[in-house]
Ligand binder design. Structure first.
Ligand SMILES: C[S@@+](CC[C@H](N)C(=O)[O-])C[C@H]1O[C@@H](n2cnc3c(N)ncnc32)[C@H](O)[C@@H]1O
Length: 223
């Protein structure tokens, strides 16, 4: 089944290709708060897990800025993993990519210093289960940072976001309608984000809107 109709299905090769070319560069704007994590919070030699890494845009962004950290990207779609490996081939000594689901991560407990995920949680069949699995592999004191489209996002922020998609202007009104109704509709409501984080019993957590974008950042620290 296409991910267009069933959001929990893996992306098909053509869907991965279109996403990677058209939308992923704009999604990097939603991922802007990750810079704070990368520059201010990660200690030397930190190990990051990126869940739903897609074609590796964020992994590449991080690898260029921090030469000491290692990152493992996991994605449900094998095609996305191939794409990420190609994009990040210059850093294969410290960037690895594996096909798998957030619901069953192939890592021991407490082995990453930070978990990051951008625009992926809306695809997870069970969001709280996925978040608990992320916490299982996160070390005590480690940071969890999840970014997703906000269900109640403002139309002007959606317009600014869709304006950055690499498509001819004639397709933008339809794309705006599709994003605002279908994609953001599958996203996370700000109250739901707070409820999910509370269910995880983290000592510190917060939910914030990402200025000028249709995105939300859910962040927390493991006890
Ligand atoms: C909208 S894309 C975002 C990709 C990338 N994070 C980015 O920002 O460009 C969502 C990604 O989540 C992945 N995904 C969906 N369900 C998943 C799951 N259960 N476990 C891991 N990854 C999943 C998809 O295959 C897809 O690559």
């Amino acid at each position: 089944m296409s991910v267009l109709f069933d959001n929990t299905s893996p992306y098909r090769p053509i869907e991965s290709w279109i996403y990677d070319r058209v939308i992923a560069p704009a999604v990097m704007e939603l991922a802007r708060p990750m810079d704070r994590l990368v520059f201010d919070f990660l200690g030397d030699g930190a190990k990051i897990l990126e869940v739903g890494c897609g074609g590796g845009h964020l992994a590449e962004h991080i690898a260029k800025r921090r030469s000491d950290v290692s990152l493992c990207g996991v994605d449900l779609a094998l095609e996305q993993i191939h794409r990420a490996k190609r994009r990040c081939s210059a850093w294969q000594d410290r960037l690895t990519f594996l096909q798998g689901s957030v619901l069953d991560l192939a890592f021991p407990d407490n082995c990453f210093d930070a978990i990051i995920s951008v625009a992926s949680i809306k695809h997870w069949p069970d969001r709280v289960h996925g978040l608990r699995e992320c916490l299982r592999v996160l070390s005590p004191g480690g940071m969890l940072n999840i970014i997703e489209a906000e269900r109640g996002c403002r139309l002007d922020s959606v317009r600014a976001f869709v304006d950055r998609w690499r498509i001819p202007g004639v397709f933008k009104p339809l794309s705006l309608f599709w994003f605002r109704t279908r994609v953001a509709g599958l996203g996370v409501h700000i109250d739901e984000a707070a409820t999910m984080l509370e269910a995880l019993n983290l000592p510190e957590h917060r939910v914030e809107r990402i200025d000028g974008t249709p995105g939300l950042l859910m962040s927390g620290r493991k006890a």
